[in-house]
Design a protein around this ligand. Structure first.
Ligand code: SF4
Ligand code: SF4
Length: 139
């Protein structure tokens, strides 16, 4: 049975490509549910991954575990374990399973919908402009 989930996505995020097409960093997968590494970094199995990062310069999401491991570890490690940032940052990118925005194919079959019933990237079905309003008459 199909299920729906509300995610909050950057307004400039690219439209999710079809499954198998090159990943464009739309972020839909990681905003919906963290991968195994994301579960560890986020401390939860549900919702947006805490390691996901938005890039203004490229208008796409990236995996922080891949691209900014130091930053991700410093923000996620408990205070007493921050010293692990340096040794862990070397291995963190190897543990990321999704490789979001790293140039491989999209492995997500999720189908984003705009608020309401319209699939993102599609023209609204049966859309037509509202009929012209009758001119007011003061006769
Ligand atoms: S892998 Fe994730 S971020 Fe990449 S295109 Fe697919 S849904 Fe978007
Ligand atoms: S690929 Fe990176 S950002 Fe995405 S869920 Fe996994 S750890 Fe988080």
């Amino acid at each position: 049975m199909p299920t729906t989930q509300v995610i909050h996505i950057h307004v400039q995020a690219p439209v999710k490509p079809a499954e198998g097409a090159p990943c464009n960093g739309c972020g839909v997968c990681c905003l919906t549910q963290p991968c195994p590494l994301g579960i560890v970094l986020s401390g939860t199995r549900t919702g947006a991954c805490a390691a996901l990062r938005w890039r203004d310069d490229t208008s796409r999401y990236i995996c922080g575990a891949l691209a900014e491991p130091d930053s991700v570890l410093q923000s996620r490690l408990p205070q007493g374990l921050v010293w692990l940032t340096r040794p862990l940052s070397a291995v963190l990118p190897r543990l990321a399973h999704r490789w979001i925005a790293a140039g491989i194919g999209c492995d997500s079959s999720l189908q984003p919908l705009a608020p309401g019933p319209t699939p993102i990237g599609d023209n609204p079905p049966n859309f037509s402009p509202p009929p012209p309003q009758p001119a007011h008459s003061h006769d």
